[in-house]
Write a protein of this length. Structure first.
Length: 280
């Protein structure tokens, strides 16, 4: 009986099935934690969604920015696909409505109190404790699950601001900050403000720009945080232990690999990928 945390699949169905075979995943006894971005850029988002949905209770999923993008394309009439989107098979599938309803029920954060471990797609702002993060995630999740609120929310979801958290934030500005933090964040300014334009892995930390998990005084250090989203990030075991984080995205969709980490002993298993190597 084991629990495996898996990084961004992004429609790389062949790699996903190969990874499950490599870890000898048994749905009767084992459990998967999936770090979001199940879909997009890879060739077979539909089969990934179908397989994960069919796993039922033995899979825990948190939402990523590409998952939310799929929902926006499906539900907001004025939105059009981007150049590199590969979501047409999902949008035109006979079971699209069923899959999208299932996707809307997934969370932004999962916390296992017995293990002192959390799973998110991108990160947790340094100003929030784990309890804060759980409460704020529920604010967005309620909008996603409410048929009267989901379309207005998705229609106003895009944008980089506000970049600073304030308890007095309200309306869509509050929801957008929460959404960006959980699904898009990589770096923060030294004062904790989100910096969403920088996507690379900096060779050396800069005083004015640091990974979200290395901001001094971060309030979520009471649990180890597993996250995806950042395919260029590589941390040593010492750095992971120092910051109590474990990055999972090893760039399957860019021709890297898809990785599963067994929570019981932190053993990592990867399968190589040629999923979208032309885009690398």
């Amino acid at each position: 009986m084991a629990t495996y945390a898996i990084g961004d699949i992004q429609g790389c169905y062949r790699e996903f099935k190969a990874l499950l075979a490599a870890i000898r995943f048994d749905p009767r006894t084992d459990h998967l934690w999936l770090a979001g971005d199940l879909v997009n850029r890879g060739p077979d988002s539909l089969r990934v969604l179908e397989d994960v949905r069919n796993l039922g209770d033995c899979a825990t999923v948190v939402l990523g920015n590409h998952d939310l993008h799929l929902l926006a394309l499906a539900l907001v009439p004025e939105f059009k696909p981007r150049r590199r989107d590969t979501l047409s098979s999902v949008l035109s599938a006979p079971n699209a409505g069923e899959l999208l309803r299932w996707l809307r029920q997934q969370a932004l954060i999962h916390v296992d109190q017995t293990r002192d471990v959390a799973l998110v797609h991108a990160g947790i702002p340094p100003q929030w404790s784990i309890d804060d993060a759980l409460v704020r995630a529920r604010e967005v999740e309620r909008h996603l699950r409410d048929d009267t609120k989901v379309i207005p929310f998705l229609g106003a979801m895009y944008g980089d601001g506000p970049t600073r958290w304030n308890d007095d934030l309200a309306g869509m500005e509050r929801l957008r900050y929460i959404t960006n933090s959980f699904t898009r964040m990589r770096y923060c300014q030294a004062n904790g403000a989100l910096e969403l334009s920088e996507k690379s892995a900096l060779a050396e930390p800069q005083a004015e720009l640091q990974p979200w998990f290395s901001i001094p005084g971060r309030r979520s250090t009471d649990v180890e945080i597993f996250f995806g989203h950042w395919s260029t990030l590589r941390l040593s075991a010492r750095e992971r232990d120092r910051h109590l984080v474990f990055p999972l995205d090893t760039g399957a969709v860019w021709g890297g690999s898809l990785t599963a980490v067994r929570l019981e002993d932190r053993t990592a298993t990867s399968v190589s990928s040629s999923c979208c190597a032309p885009f690398k």
